[in-house]
Design a protein around this ligand. Structure first.
Ligand code: 5AD
Ligand code: SF4
Length: 356
């Protein structure tokens, strides 16, 4: 695949990577992925922080511990002032420049409440805020943009319409994709992608997922392994192996050379620091670290005991640890937005007040 340094790979090559069982072949492909990352994105590795502010959700996604029908979960909500203060603390005390505010689809947070949170943060500092709050209408997302949000994290979960609609009772795949289109129209930086390892996915559908990301023309890949969660209809299924996840990361870098590709919290949950190292040396180029206040963290159970392993991650110590891993891979930590996002933001005249 040496000749592939200049041209993104297509579905057939993605499938062939996903079929690779030979470790040496995979190591060579990982080196190629690293070269491609260096060519398109340099050596910088960005760190994103994530605040999970509500575990209430009106939806019923089959795989998710926060699904509406999971009556066995003790749920929590952070008040708007508390959310804003957590974000401000992350920026002012811990030096984060990019934050994801995430929740289930919780109607308690009206458009006005989200706007209030954003304004309160921006009165004090100007981080790049990604919203990850699910489906809503064009007008509301327009108001969030006007209030200063510049990113959305919104997975399509799978590119197969049939599987999407099976996994999301009552939801429409077209509606999901429409959201991604209107986010683009509004000017948001977009992170999207699939879950990896849902029952019913295939090598072909994984390839189609990566191709869909390309067709959508987004800025960042957000994908993670499905982790079976108690009290959900998929609790008896298994997660993918780290070996397979690494292949998807390599294929993603080769198919989407210039996109930001983070090591997401589910990868870290399942496989820890060793996988972080492996993924960074296979084409990934950023991190998602958990900033949810410790008092409520244990209740954000998208998958079981999700936050057991990440309890330390809000501290400077966590960033120190990340720096070490990044250095071991011959890369360097970027504590700004990263060149790719700077470029995406530079077209937006009203975002010049942002702290780089
Ligand atoms: N395992 C891994 N990821 C999950 N998500 C939801 N449930 C699970 C699970 N069981 C992911 C979805 C969603 C994001 C917020 O969390 O991809 O988009
Ligand atoms: Fe709600 Fe998101 Fe979980 Fe679906 S994946 S149930 S929308 S929190």
């Amino acid at each position: 695949m040496k000749e592939k340094l200049n041209e993104p790979i297509g579905a057939e090559e993605i499938i062939s990577i996903l079929k690779t069982e030979d470790k040496k072949t995979l190591d060579d492909l990982a080196d190629l992925a690293s070269k491609i990352r260096a060519k398109f994105l340099g050596r910088q590795v960005c760190i994103h922080g994530i605040v999970e502010f509500s575990s209430f959700c009106r939806r019923n996604c089959l795989y998710c511990g926060l699904r509406r029908d999971n009556g066995g979960l003790s749920r929590y909500r952070l008040e708007p002032d508390n959310i804003a203060e957590t974000a401000i603390m992350a920026v002012k005390k811990l030096g984060y420049k990019m934050l994801v505010l995430q929740s289930g689809e919780d109607l308690y947070y009206s458009t006005d409440k989200i706007v209030y949170i954003l304004k309160k943060i921006f009165n004090v500092c100007r981080p790049l805020i990604f919203l990850s709050i699910g489906e809503s209408d064009f007008v509301s997302y327009g108001k969030f943009f006007a209030a200063g949000a510049r990113g959305v994290l919104f997975r399509f979960e799978t590119s197969s319409k049939k599987l999407y609609e099976k996994m999301h009772p009552g939801a429409s795949f077209e509606e999901r994709i429409n959201h991604l289109k209107f986010f683009k129209e509004l000017g948001y930086i977009i992170a999207t992608g699939p879950l990896i390892g849902l029952p019913g996915q295939s090598l072909e559908s994984h390839a189609a997922d990566l191709i869909l990301i390309r067709e959508l023309g987004v800025h960042m890949v957000s994908m993670g392994p499905f982790i079976p969660s108690f009290q959900t209809p998929l609790s008896d299924y298994k997660s993918v192996s780290p070996f397979f996840m690494r292949k998807i990361i390599i294929a993603a870098r080769l198919a989407l050379p210039a996109l930001r590709l983070p090591i997401t919290t589910a990868m870290e949950y399942l496989w820890g620091d060793n996988f972080r190292r492996l993924a960074l040396c296979s084409g990934a180029n950023s991190f998602m670290l958990n900033l949810t206040p410790t008092e409520v963290r244990d209740a954000y159970d998208i998958y079981p005991d999700k936050n057991k392993l990440t309890n330390h991650l809000h501290s400077e110590k966590a960033i120190f640890k990340i720096k070490k891993i990044v250095k071991e891979c011959g890369l360097e930590v970027c504590r700004g937005f990263g060149k790719d996002f700077e470029q995406a933001l530079s077209g937006l005249a009203d975002s010049c007040g942002m702290e780089r």
